[in-house]
Design a protein around this ligand. Structure first.
Ligand code: NDP
Length: 451
């Protein structure tokens, strides 16, 4: 039976758009539906506007730090509205370019929600269309909290369009988003209280990194409230009163909950089509993108695996190559580098010390130092660098860094780690002086052995 399209992609975010464009490039007849905004979370309410806001916060700190280098700068003042307007212009430009890229690659795009009626039929923009293969790339959405008074709080979707910078902010969560926005808001001059239920933020990250991050946040003026949560929020006009589980009362102008994300699968028609989901609503996948229905695939956050933009892009690209091209490109999904744009940022790839110790003996190389910039700036900020090495093979299993430029540095290291570099390969590499990065090739003395 002839289908209207060879491939129908539901969701015009990073993964969906890449999959559609690559498939079209291989000659497939492709359609993409997007109900909200082209570019998805990353471009509109995620990575991109977040990073611009991180940069805004860094400029203020750099202006302060410049005094140690002889600059006579007046205390910098930040204009929130100017930042939001500039950010909005850039996001609008990116939106348009995503759309143009799709159109330019010959895909049919629908500004509409699409739902499945059966494994080959969709309803989109008030009509029925058929497709031989379907890709689910609908992403995720922030979890809305459910404590009493939760209606007085916001989630990450709301934070990019606040009319003004709130003076006092209570953030709930110890994950990527809470940690990143704590740094942004503190850097822009707000008072920030960060409330998280673990002893340290960033559960699952290397323990030394977590400890160093908590210290850095405190040094940056962020008040930490570990091992507790928000019990209730009361509002009195614009002012809010936050009660924590441990009884602490915090006054606030903004309460921001960043307690994770959930896959966007509600009302998608998955049950009608026979696509299995898990208890969180994520599409169950086996292999790289196969669902329980042979002609339906899922990529990116809707599968709730590694919820990172470059992973969704790689999954989409690889799937399109596999379905319509000469075969998939080889991607290293085992050791995916990731960054947390905290202040200072984190870059991390491979095994943590704790994970490595469970697999066998490992050598740990650790360095903490004041980076050159802050010897003059006077800012209380230290860098942490760490290598986790398999004792038996001497392969570097993990690299972790907290400090300025950590994401830029660790991206390079991730190539070495994915290529199986040993500690000896690191040692025989000549450093670039004077940089912080050179420390990764001069970590001569083992700090400890574990496992
Ligand atoms: P995360 O899953 O990273 O963290 C959620 C946090 O909320 C955890 O600290 C968790 O605590 C806490 N939490 C969950 N439920 C509750 C609750 N009921 N009460 C109190 N605390 C709770 O989610 P985020 O929202 O920060 O980010 C979502 C995802 O988006 C990330 O996991 C990441 O994949 C992606 N992302 C990536 C970024 C990057 O690459 N730089 C930036 C931003 C997001 P606990 O640890 O105890 O479970």
């Amino acid at each position: 039976m002839p289908y209207d399209f060879d491939l129908f992609v539901i969701g015009g975010g990073s993964g969906g758009v890449r999959c559609a464009r690559i498939a079209a490039g291989h000659g497939a007849r492709v359609a993409v539906a997007e109900q909200r905004f082209w570019g998805g979370t990353c471009v509109n309410v995620g990575c991109v506007p977040k990073k611009l806001m991180v940069m805004a916060a860094e400029y203020g700190q750099a202006a302060q730090d410049s005094r140690g280098f002889g600059w006579d700068t007046a205390p910098p003042r930040h204009h929130w509205a100017a930042l939001i307007a500039a950010k909005d212009r850039e996001i609008a430009r990116l939106n348009g370019s995503y759309r143009r890229l799709l159109d330019g690659s010959g895909c049919t795009s629908f500004d509409s929600r699409a739902t499945l009626l059966d494994p080959h039929t969709l309803e989109v923009a008030g009509r029925r269309v058929t497709a031989e293969r379907i890709v689910l790339a609908t992403g995720g959405r922030p979890v809305r909290p459910d404590f009493p008074g939760a209606a007085h709080s916001i989630v990450s979707d709301d934070v990019f369009s606040l009319p003004a910078l709130p003076r006092r902010i209570v953030l709930l969560g110890g994950g990527y988003i809470a940690v990143e926005f704590a740094g942004i808001f503190a850097g822009l001059g707000a008072e920030v209280d960060l409330v998280y239920r673990q002893p340290l933020p960033l559960r699952g990250f290397d323990e030394d990194l977590r400890t160093a991050l908590a210290e850095a946040m405190q040094a940056g003026g962020i008040r930490l409230h570990p091992a507790t949560t928000i019990a209730a929020v009361e509002a009195d006009g614009a002012a809010k009163r936050v009660t924590l589980g441990n009884g602490t009362l915090l006054p606030a102008d903004l309460v921001f909950a960043a307690t994770g994300r959930l896959p966007n699968t509600d009302g998608l028609g998955l049950a009608q089509a026979g696509v299995a989901t898990d208890g969180f609503g994520a599409v169950c996948v086996h292999g790289h993108a196969e669902t329980s229905v042979p002609n339906i695939f899922a990529i990116g956050d809707v599968t709730n695996r590694l919820n990172l933009t470059p992973v969704a892009i790689a999954e989409g690209h690889s799937l399109a190559d596999r379905l319509f091209g000469a075969g998939p490109r080889d991607w290293a999904f085992e050791a995916v580098a990731t960054a947390v744009f905290s202040a200072p940022p984190i870059g991390t790839v491979g095994l943590t010390e704790e994970q490595a110790a469970l697999r066998g003996p490992a050598d740990i190389y650790l360095s903490r130092f004041t980076p050159m910039r802050h010897t003059l700036s006077g800012r209380a900020r230290r860098t942490l660098m760490k290598l986790v090495v398999c004792q038996q093979t001497q392969r570097v299993l993990g690299a972790h860094m907290l400090g300025e430029d950590a994401p830029e540095i660790v991206q390079g290291l991730s190539i070495a780690i994915n290529s199986g570099a040993t500690k000896q390969d690191f040692d025989r590499t000549i450093g670039i002086h004077p940089t912080a990065a050179e420390e990764f090739v001069t970590l001569r003395t083992r700090t400890r052995a574990v496992g």
